[in-house]
Design a protein around this ligand. Structure first.
Ligand SMILES: NC(=O)c1ccc[n+]([C@@H]2O[C@H](COP(=O)([O-])OP(=O)(O)OC[C@H]3O[C@@H](n4cnc5c(N)ncnc54)[C@H](OP(=O)(O)O)[C@@H]3O)[C@@H](O)[C@H]2O)c1
Length: 332
């Protein structure tokens, strides 16, 4: 335990993200002080929002900087502890970043139970599962019988949104970027329909999949899909603005869609953004409910796995290009 392999941001991407925007470095294992804990990362999660962080468009992430360890959430085992509330051997979740070893104040870490797979704490029980839960239930407020549409539907947030919406008794339509993903949503995850936004006849297929129009649109993408949804919204529909992945991987994000604000006015549509942190005080309650659904087989979380720290940059590029399903996990 003398060396710490890390992945640094080599350069802030000016166009689509490339693996060359990252570099591997070896540094000494960090020292820890009073109240601090030395962690060894077991697995990392990579989310689309991290690209917004590198773009400088995520308010909570601050200005992006090159030459520092790439940030991110990991699940880790505690190697040594100088904090009374955490012991060596504990399993914790925290802001490990893309590196093998990291030091944190105990207050920055959350102890978790060692279950069959520690990576569960990064996906459906991590920020993306909570985002799906609160965004859909608290912002979208779906009612039984309503039509819920979700974009990036086969992704980490999206595939949980759709399954929770089904549990609420809604008709659920996913929008995703391949026939395989659309098949998975309908055949394995219980969506009522799924539409491939890359198909030439997307608009017609989208209309056919939403015969009663849309009551709740959970928007992970912005861009053309948001515009298509806007024109299909019902009176008093709700648009949950979760993220804008169609505009992250570029230096020139497109302007907002047509229809705003005219369609919002005419159809009394509520369009509301949220950040998962808004619900921090209710995380435990949501995790209990999500875990219960998983244990009863009512919620099926999916992951795409990569092996080895060095694969993190490849995982990130593949995620943005649509090459992953569910939550992207890198195991060290
Ligand atoms: N508000 C919050 O607090 C909060 C918290 C976490 C995440 N988020 C947001 O949630 C969204 C989903 O994040 P995630 O981590 O779950 O990512 P993800 O959905 O697992 O991955 C992103 C997916 O977006 C799709 N995509 C990429 N480019 C696209 C484009 N131009 N048009 C349409 N789809 C495109 C790709 O799938 P396809 O194959 O379908 O193209 C890709 O796999 C992001 O916008 C993220 O910023 C928000």
């Amino acid at each position: 335990m003398s060396e710490n392999r890390q992945i640094l941001i080599a350069s802030i991407p000016s166009g689509p993200l490339s693996q060359s925007d990252f570099e591997v470095r070896t540094a000494p294992v960090p020292a820890y002080g009073d109240g601090e804990v030395l962690c060894r990362t077991l697995a990392l999660t990579i989310g689309a929002g991290q690209r917004a962080g590198l773009q400088g468009s995520a308010s909570y992430a601050g200005a992006p900087r090159a030459g520092v360890v790439m940030g991110g959430t990991g699940v880790a085992v505690v190697e040594e502890s100088n904090a009374p509330e955490i012991r060596a051997g504990d399993l914790v979740v925290g802001p490990t970043g893309w590196q093998e070893f990291s030091v944190h104040p105990a207050t920055a870490l959350r102890r978790v139970e060692p279950g069959p797979d520690p990576a569960l704490h990064l996906g459906v029980l991590g920020a993306n599962g909570l985002t799906a839960y609160f965004g859909l239930l608290e912002v979208g407020k779906p009612r039984p019988g309503e039509t819920v549409v979700v974009s990036a539907a086969a992704g980490s947030v999206g595939h949980i949104v759709g399954q929770i919406a089904k549990k609420q008794g809604c008709r659920v339509v996913g929008v995703a970027g391949s026939a395989e993903k659309c098949g998975l949503l309908v055949d394995e995850l219980g969506f009522d329909a799924a539409v491939n936004y890359k198909d030439a006849d997307f608009r017609a297929a989208f209309k056919a999949a939403t015969p009663d129009r849309i009551d709740v649109y959970f928007d992970n993408t912005g861009g053309d899909i948001l515009e298509s949804a806007l024109f299909r919204m019902n009176l008093r529909g709700r648009i949950v603005c979760c993220g804008v992945v169609s505009q992250y991987d570029t230096a020139h994000p497109a302007p907002g869609p047509r229809g705003v604000p005219g369609l919002l006015v005419n159809n009394r549509i509520r369009m509301e953004g949220f950040l998962v942190f808004d619900y921090l005080e209710r995380y435990d309650e949501a995790r209990r409910e999500l875990l219960g659904w998983i244990e009863r087989g009512e919620l099926k979380p999916r992951t795409t796995e990569f092996q080895g720290l060095e694969s993190a940059s490849q995982a990130f590029v593949e995620l943005l290009g649509g090459g992953t399903v569910g939550t992207t996990i890198v195991r060290l």
